[in-house]
Design a protein around this ligand. Structure first.
Ligand SMILES: [Zn+2]
Length: 403
């Protein structure tokens, strides 16, 4: 979406987003109520809601239960007024989800990538999206856009992947490359940021001005919302929680440093710790994947349980530090690591309580999102939906975006 030119057009676009958001937040809602909540005149609300209805984004619904007289007509978001596709890129796969306007996942699909060459990846993605929407009987006209989330430093404004540790890419103009193949609006963003934005618009972050999203899994990520502003840092690189140092003499991390949080809590770090226990004769089986280690813990292996418990304690210290730094209302924990459940989170919660400054701790701060394999792709879909609902006055700048 580009900035509207001219004041009248801009004001109308801002008012339109106020009306749309009032319907999203409070619908079913009557026009008079929208006028009261937004401070817009009833005539403006009537004209803008007529436009939203004609665009199929909103529909009218009779309240039905009015006691006598004409039942009031209420407005609600039409979830089927448009569709978006979200794609999460991993080292080996692309996972995509089709959602409606309420970020509800309707269908999902997964495809292995044929390599890491940017041109081949873009061809794979274009083919995947085209096949996927055809199978779901969604036309290009109904498709509002495609959001792509991936690890790395992403310039979301320019649509350029500045640096990707998993693909070894530098300055790849992914948005423009994919847009020229698919001819629909494309949005790209760091994957942890996509989750944070989607939590802000459709999840537990709704209406919360200060919250953090911590992701655990292969790595450890952080999304930061302060005073309703999404914080990216000077070059879009803020939130590298996984590479904050726990012990400079600790195990080697994928980033080349020693003793990063990720080297203790990320999947490869946990597997490495398991193999050290195996060498010492404490663990009965040599494991190669996090799934195998989790199965061992589930079967009651005390050494495997201890490995998760230790990682949880270290994660808790990192989160206590975040609470001390940001004093957030909420910390949302997401990512595939949440599958480890109590093995990780009991010790994490104890450690948060022990290490947070008294007065800042509140057990209700932490909210763990149950894992689903479409969580990341749904997050990427949220990038497109945010464009629909966000006021044009709050469009992102390189360092901060009001959401
Ligand atoms: Zn590191």
């Amino acid at each position: 979406m580009t900035h509207p030119t001219g004041n009248r057009e801009l004001i109308r676009a801002i008012n339109r987003s106020h009306v749309l958001n009032a319907i999203k937040a409070y619908g079913p809602i009557g026009r008079a109520d929208i006028a009261r909540r937004t401070g817009l005149s009833p005539a403006t609300v009537t004209s803008l809601s007529a436009k939203l209805i004609s665009q199929n984004l909103v529909f009218e619904k009779s309240a039905g239960d009015s006691s006598g007289g004409r039942p009031p007509i209420l407005l609600v978001i039409n979830p089927k007024g448009g569709y978006v596709v979200g794609i999460k890129l991993t080292e080996t796969n692309a996972v995509c989800a089709l959602t409606d306007l309420e970020a509800t996942v309707i269908a999902k699909a997964s495809m292995p990538l044929s390599g890491h060459n940017p041109i081949r990846v873009v061809e794979d993605l274009a083919h995947m999206v085209t096949t996927f929407i055809r199978e779901q009987k969604i036309s290009k006209k109904q498709l509002l856009g495609v959001g792509v989330g991936l690890a790395g430093i992403v310039d979301a404004n320019e649509g350029i992947l500045r640096q990707s540790p998993i693909y070894g890419w530098d300055n790849v103009p992914l948005r423009q490359m994919l847009q020229s193949k698919l001819n629909v609006p494309i949005y790209i963003e760091n994957d942890v940021n996509t989750l944070t934005l989607t939590e802000r618009w459709f999840g537990p972050g709704q209406g919360v001005d200060n919250f953090l999203t911590v992701t655990v899994g292969r790595g450890v990520g952080l999304g930061i919302v302060v005073n309703g502003q999404f914080y990216r840092g000077q070059n879009g690189g803020a939130g590298e929680l996984g590479h904050t140092t726990i012990d400079p003499k600790g195990p080697l991390c994928a980033c080349g440093k020693h003793g990063c949080l990720e080297a203790y809590v990320g999947d490869p770090g946990l597997v490495r710790a398991a193999n050290e226990e195996y060498e010492r004769g404490h663990l009965s089986v040599k494991v190669e994947t996090i799934e195998e280690l989790l199965q061992l813990a589930q079967s009651g292996d005390t050494s495997a349980i201890k490995i998760f418990k230790k990682a949880g304690s270290i994660l808790g210290i990192a989160i206590a530090n975040l609470i001390n730094l940001f004093n957030p209302k909420k910390i949302i924990i997401s990512g595939e690591g949440t599958r480890e459940g109590d093995y990780l989170f009991i010790s994490m919660k104890e450690s948060i309580q022990q290490n947070t400054m008294p007065g800042l701790f509140d057990p209700k701060i932490v909210e763990i999102i149950p894992w689903g394999d479409d969580v990341w792709a749904r997050g990427a879909a949220g990038l497109v939906l945010r464009e629909l609902f966000e006021s044009p006055i709050h469009k992102q700048t390189p360092t901060a975006a009001t959401m």
